[in-house]
Structure formats: C-alpha cells, structure tokens
Design a protein around this ligand. Structure first.
Ligand code: ADP
Length: 606
C-alpha cells in the first residue's frame, strides 16, 4: 500500500477510532495525497469531512478549508479537537487573541487544518498574510462546494471568488466537496474553482437508511404527531414553507407538550442561534423551521425530517430530508403535501427576480411528480440525480413497503374522474372537478348547472382528500394534464386510452398502514443488537459531558459509538478502544467514565 495512505489510515484509527476508510473515501484521500485536484460528491453522511481531514494529518503544513458557515466551522473544529487534531477557524467571530494564537500556530507549524470563510479569502490581505507567514498549505479543501453554483440550492456569491486561490497557490492541490449531485453543478464547480484536470469521485446518492413516504396533507397536526410520537426523546426537524406556518405549529405542538423550537428568517440572529444551539445540544427535541434552517447543522442523529408542505425542488428535498440519519442508522422522511403548496411556491418563484425562474418552475413540477407518483421513492430520487438503483425493491419507502396499495377498481374510478373532466369541458381545475364528483352544492357548481351532469356525485362517499389524491395520481402518470395559468385539467391522449378501457392507471389508497416494519437495507456502523436501556444511560452520560464542555453531544460520541458500546459492553480500556468511533484522545478523556457507566448498568454488575 502507498505509505502515505497507510499513514492516513493509521491516523483514522488513532484519531477517529475507525478501522478503515469507506471505499470512496479512500479514493478521495489518495487523490489529495497524490497532489491531484478532485471533486468529491458524496451524499450526506457519506463521510466527506474525513476525506480532507485524514490527509491533512499526514501531509506537511496545514490544509486550508473553506466552509460557508461559522456554525459549521465551529462544530468541525470542536469535533477535531475532541479527536486530538490541531485545528482552528478564522472567522469574523474570532477574537484578537484567537487570531494571535492562530498566527503563532501557523508560524510554529502546529496546525493541521485551518477553516476560513469565503469572504476572508476574497478580502484584501488574507492571501498576503499567508504568504508573509510562509505558511505551508498542504492542500485546499472547498467544503459545500455547490455554493459556487447558481444552479445549486445554496448559491453564495463569495464562493465565486475562490478561483483566486488557484492563482495564489498554483502548485497546491485543491479538493471540492459536496453532496449535490447534478451534473450542471459539478461542471460549475470545476470551472469556477479552476480545478486542473480534476478527478471526480461520485458516490451512490441513494440513502438506504432513509425511509421515505409521502401523503396528502389532511389534519397536519395529527399527521405530524403520528410521526413524532414514534420518536420519543429523539431529534427531528419539521419544515414549513412560511414563517407563519412555523409559528402556528410551534404554538400548537408546544400546547400539546412537545419540546419544540422555531427557526425562520423573521427571528433575530440571537433567537435563531438559541433555537439551533438548543437543538444541537439536545435541549429541545424538535426544530420547526423554514428552509432557512439546516445548512449549519452537522448533527448526526436526527431521526426524522417531516415536511409539513411540499418542498420547492427535489434538490431541496434531498438536502432537507438528507439531514436525517447522517449516522447511517434508520431515519424517517415524511412528506405531507397539498396542491396549494404548488401554487404557493409558484407565486413565490414567479414573484421573485430570480433569473433562473423557468428552471425553478421545472424543478417544482419534478417534485410534484415525485409526490404524486407511484414509483419507488429511492428509485425516483436516484434517477433524478442520474443514477440507477439496482435493487428491485428498496424496502424503505411507502411504495415498496406496500403502504400505498393501489385501489382495486382503479380503472372504473379513473374513468369516472376523466369523464367528469370531459363533461365539464376541460375548463376547470382539480378542486372544482373533485367537488363535482363529490356532489358538492357549491354555488359555482349550481350556477354552471353542473349538478345536472351524469358525473355529478359519482364519487360520493369518498373524501375530497382521497379524490384530489387520485386526480394527482392521474396527472403524475400522464393521463391528465394541468394547463395554463389556472391549472385547468385536460385529458391527454393516454387519458383517452383509459376512457376506452385500454390502459389502467394506478390510483393509490392514501395512508394505508400495513404494519410492515421498514427494513433499511444497510445500517453501517453498528454490529449486532444493542441493549437499549444501557444505550439510554450512555446518552445521559454523554449529555452530562457535553454540558460540562459546552459541546454538542454528538461531538463527544456519535450515537453509533454508544450503540456499539451498548452492544459489546466493554469491560476494560482495551476493549473500549476496539469500539468503532473511539479514538485515542476520547479514550483517554472519557474512557473511564463510560466504562464505569457500563459496569454500573443493572444486570451487568459482577
Ligand atoms: P458528511 O459530511 O458527508 O455528511 P460526515 O463526515 O458527517 O459525512 O460523516 C458521516 C458519519 O460517518 C459520521 O458519523 C462519521 O463519523 C462517520 N464516518 C466517516 N468516515 C467513517 C469511516 N471510515 N468509518 C466509520 N465511520 C465513518
């Protein structure tokens, strides 16, 4: 084996307590060790940070890491410090004494990683400062590199200026790291960062441990409770579109005794910081947020992400839902949508000055197809990002788990719906159509004399939510089209085949519970069953330590490490050292306390 790679592997074991790199991590590490430029695209939870942190430890000098948010840098530096790695973050929040300390650490060659914001790189003087200190930069890592692209979901104009690094340090390798997979964004990254002949490492975008499901929104509070009640004392995020929705839901869930905090752009920076800190430090279980929340969150044990409304694109959905289950353990991603979300996003997009608004509308249509569709969710997302899913069934989405069984008489039901659209002359939207089918006495229906049609009241007995869902199913399968500004329904050529009885669409039975337990295909990191009461008491100990040190609990140990402890039940420091995720520094710092807790656990005393 390449000796540098061997050294990086030893560092991985020593500092992080992991036995080996994941396959693509190893490739990414090797490229940097060889001095190659590279773009590394791994899904959230794929272990991107290690791709640049491990090589930084074995190369001379320090790695310069560009990161978009102070909170991210802080978590990373805290995490590295806990693992015994010398690192620092130079940000607008750094005090002058911190800056002095960083300067001398650079001079004395004590630093292995230096995190800086893109603004700092672009500012006058920073590059000169590095030059004047004769700093040895081992390589440059651009984290969250998709921020460079206007096609991405988190465009940051300051990222555009990072190309100056290439001129300033022509011989230094540069790695770009992101979880955003679209080709457009990848190309943009290579061009904007002026990467030289970059090698690309791309992982599978399928997050096998995430259990996706989609349902039409009904009583949202009850729907949300049905998810959070299965995750007692665990961390979760609930996304809403508007601030008022966030505030509303906070009040209602608080009133029901849930531990929640709000997060949106209408709050002051201090209020937002408090919500985020309380969540990360596990003082509150649930954050209810607009999409403004999340990028600064590295928390590995978010067990569910609920969308109380449809997201604005699949990229957004992948990012937001992807904040669940970074530790590789199973996590729920529940999406509740309604047709009105589509209208709301549409008005937000068309009302903005966004140059890419046409693309945004296309993306909105894609996510709408995803939500109303009947294909495996994992397969849909993977293929959207240009990857095929090999397995036939993912065993981790509502479609494959049979939670959304098709209704038996879907041909007849579809024909009723399509006939209604024809009878009302293809001039009305989904809501009106459903009302006619349900036999509503709505004034417009009576005024249009649609109560005298043969289709009037044909679906009496079903709820509006169900009929609207079926209309969406027909749209997503191409039997109905939404046309024009008013989203008028029209029967397509394929729809006419249904009317003739030549094709049968799939209409879903909404929210049918099968009781089948999801079986995520792979859960990396934990061997065998673990003792849950012991895991819970180790979590409490971790909380105590985190409080003492003002750190987020997951920085002390990840859930996976605690589960492994609760499975292996180590009795000695040597046995504890074998637990994945327990490196040398943490072993020395916390080993005895965790061993004591394991020894004292009822049933384990000898
Ligand atoms: P990303 O930044 O890509 O979302 P992280 O760097 O947060 O991913 O890593 C995800 C999880 O996987 C973390 O809990 C991390 O400690 C763990 N991890 C990373 N590399 C390894 C490895 N080689 N072996 C075991 N666990 C790892």
């Amino acid at each position: 084996m390449n000796p540098a790679l061997k050294a990086a592997q030893d560092a991985l074991k020593k500092h992080w307590g992991y036995d080996s790199f994941f396959e693509l991590q190893e490739k990414a590490v090797e490229l940097i060790l060889d001095g190659r430029d590279c773009t590394v695209v791994l899904p959230t939870g794929g272990g991107k940070s290690i791709c640049y942190q491990a090589p930084a430890l074995v190369l001379p000098g320090f790695a310069l890491v560009i990161s978009p948010l102070i909170s991210l840098m802080k978590d990373q530096v805290d995490g590295l410090t806990e693992c015994g790695v010398a690192s620092a973050a130079l940000t607008s929040a750094s005090s002058s004494s911190e800056k002095i300390e960083i300067r001398s650490a650079i001079r004395e060659n004590r630093l292995k990683l230096l995190y800086v914001s893109p603004e700092r790189i672009a500012s006058n003087g920073f590059i000169d400062f590095l030059r004047s200190e004769r700093a040895t930069i081992s390589f440059i890592a651009v984290d969250e590199a998709h921020c460079v692209s206007a096609w991405g979901h988190d465009f940051r104009p300051e990222y555009r200026q990072l190309g100056v690094l290439r001129e300033a340090f022509p011989g230094v390798a540069m790695g770009a790291y992101t979880a955003t997979a679209t080709e457009h964004v990848r190309e943009d990254i290579n061009v904007q960062l002026r990467l030289k002949n970059p090698e690309t490492v791309i992982g599978s975008f399928d997050r096998a441990n995430l259990i996706y499901s989609v349902a039409r929104r009904g009583n949202i509070i009850e729907q949300v409770r049905s998810v959070i009640d299965t995750h007692k004392d665990e961390s979760g995020i609930i996304y809403c579109i508007r601030r008022t929705d966030v505030d509303d839901m906070v009040i209602r869930l608080k009133g029901l005794g849930y531990s929640v905090a709000p997060y949106h752009a209408g709050m002051t920076a201090d209020q937002r910081k408090k919500s985020q800190d309380d969540f990360v430090k596990e003082k509150v279980d649930i954050v209810i947020a607009t999409i403004a929340f999340g990028m600064g969150i590295d928390k590995s044990n978010v067990r569910y992400v609920i969308h109380a409304a449809g997201p604005k694109s699949l990229e957004n959905y992948q990012q937001e839902s992807g904040r669940a289950g970074r530790d590789g353990l199973p996590a729920d991603c529940k999406l509740f949508y309604s047709g009105s979300d589509y209208g709301l996003w549409k008005s937000i997009i068309t009302g903005s000055e966004d140059v890419a608004s046409e693309t945004s509308l296309e993306k909105l249509n894609e996510i709408y197809n995803y939500m109303t569709g009947v294909d495996c969710r994992h397969r849909y997302i993977s293929s959207y990002f240009g990857q095929a899913l090999e397995q036939k069934s993912c065993d981790a989405c509502d479609v494959c788990l049979g939670e959304l069984a098709s209704v038996e008489d879907s041909l007849v039901l579809s024909q009723k719906i399509l006939s209604c659209v024809v009878r009302i002359n293809e001039r009305f939207g989904a809501d009106y159509t459903a009302s006619v089918l349900l036999g509503s006495k709505d004034k417009r229906i009576l005024a249009n004399n649609h109560n005298s049609l043969s289709v009037y009241g044909l679906l009496k007995g079903y709820t509006k939510q169900v009929v609207r869902g079926w209309i969406e199913n027909l749209v997503s399968q191409g039997f109905l089209a939404r046309v024009g500004e008013y989203a008028v329904l029209q029967v397509t050529a394929d729809g006419r085949k249904v009317l003739k009885g030549n094709v049968t669409p799939a209409l879903l039975q909404p929210e049918k519970k099968t009781g089948k337990t999801p079986r995520p295909r792979s859960v990396k990191g934990v061997s065998g069953d673990y003792d849950d009461p012991l895991f819970q008491s180790l979590r409490i100990l971790r909380r105590e330590i985190a409080e003492e040190k003002s750190l987020p609990p997951f920085v002390v140990f990840h859930d996976t490490a605690l589960m492994e402890m609760a499975s292996i039940k180590p009795r000695s420091i040597e046995e504890l050292a074998d637990v994945k995720g327990v490196g040398k520094a943490k072993l020395e710092r916390y080993g005895e306390r965790f061993l004591a807790a394991i020894r004292e656990h009822p049933g384990l005393q000898t």
